[in-house]
Design a protein around this ligand. Structure first.
Ligand SMILES: [Fe+2]
Ligand SMILES: [Fe+2]
Length: 151
């Protein structure tokens, strides 16, 4: 069984450029669910996705899984703010996150699909790869945990 430290090491090995990026760090000020910032949320989703893929013994590209998960909510605004452009956040943020991620990082096809389809089934864009399905599930598990763990 891989320990939490191992997962943290793996994330650092494959994605330190993402974790230290200025725009990514700015997500610490945006709240996602409950008291969890978007930065924390995407990290937790990444851990959840790594755990899931190990538990289910799925052969996945770990580097891709990590990078896609870390960038899946890279829309870079606070969706609680009452701003016209944030309306229907659930329907539009995956595309926004993908556009921002493509601007700031080199993404492979799987990472692009992960980000673009992570809101399935609310958005009817079907996840095409194993990594996309794992993200989709890990995101929902994390959202429930974050919502009910609020202090
Ligand atoms: Fe999202
Ligand atoms: Fe998310």
């Amino acid at each position: 069984m891989i320990t939490l430290n191992k997962y943290n090491d793996l994330i650092n090995e494959y994605a330190s450029d993402i974790l230290n990026n200025e725009n990514v760090l700015s997500q610490k000020k945006y709240m996602q669910h409950g008291n969890t910032s978007t930065y924390e949320h995407t990290y937790k989703v990444t851990l959840e996705a790594l755990k899931l893929s190990d538990k289910l013994k799925l052969k996945v590209d770990k580097k891709t899984l990590i990078r896609g998960c870390l960038l899946h909510d890279y829309y870079l605004y606070d969706w609680h703010e009452n701003d016209k452009s944030h309306r229907l956040h659930g329907f539009h943020h995956a595309k926004k996150a993908l556009d921002n991620a493509k601007r700031d990082f080199n993404l492979n096809k799987i990472e692009e699909n992960m980000i673009y389809t992570h809101m399935f089934p609310l958005n009817l864009r079907i996840p095409k790869y194993k990594e996309s399905i794992i993200l989709c599930v890990a995101d929902k598990i994390s959202a429930v945990k974050e919502t009910f763990n609020r202090k």
